[in-house]
Design a protein around this ligand. Structure first.
Ligand SMILES: Nc1ncnc2c1ncn2[C@@H]1O[C@H](COP(=O)(O)OP(=O)(O)OP(=O)(O)O)[C@@H](O)[C@H]1O
Length: 121
């Protein structure tokens, strides 16, 4: 019984993930960006420690995108009409994703650029 519930939990999580992929353009953008970053990381042969950082940053961006979708859905549920607080909640949530994604991009460049410049020279 417990194990049936356990596997149902995975199924619901998978459904949520697919829903985000199907409905959220930004989530799809970050998924594709994550795949490109993983390929570039492999190509540049980054170190074990750098892999940990890259995977943590990718996971952070994707999780924040998923939580941003959660917030959008909840706001739409409780405030289907226009309201300044609904706008603030959605915009601040989007800003949280943007700040983390920007910092991740900068850290990614700090890891990749020296390796690319060594390859070129
Ligand atoms: N209920 C609302 N009241 C006031 N402003 C809103 C409301 N819903 C969305 N907005 C604002 O309208 C702008 C455009 O929103 P957008 O079209 O990107 O969709 P979203 O509402 O953010 O996402 P979704 O449509 O997926 O729920 C954003 O600034 C957002 O904060």
């Amino acid at each position: 019984m417990w194990s049936k519930k356990f596997w149902h939990g995975f199924h619901y999580a998978f459904e949520g993930f697919i829903h985000a992929v199907k409905t959220e353009r930004n989530f799809r953008f970050h998924l594709v960006s994550a795949l490109i970053v993983l390929v570039v990381s492999w190509w540049l042969r980054i170190s074990f420690f750098e892999w940990i950082i890259v995977i943590l940053l990718i996971t952070g961006v994707l999780v924040l995108e998923l939580l941003n979708t959660v917030l959008e859905r909840v706001v739409n549920l409780i405030m289907p009409t226009q309201h300044p607080l609904a706008k603030q909640a959605k915009d601040v949530s989007a800003a949280a994703v943007f700040v983390f994604a920007l910092a991740s991009a900068i850290i990614g460049l700090l890891i990749f650029l020296p390796k690319i410049s060594t390859m070129i020279n």
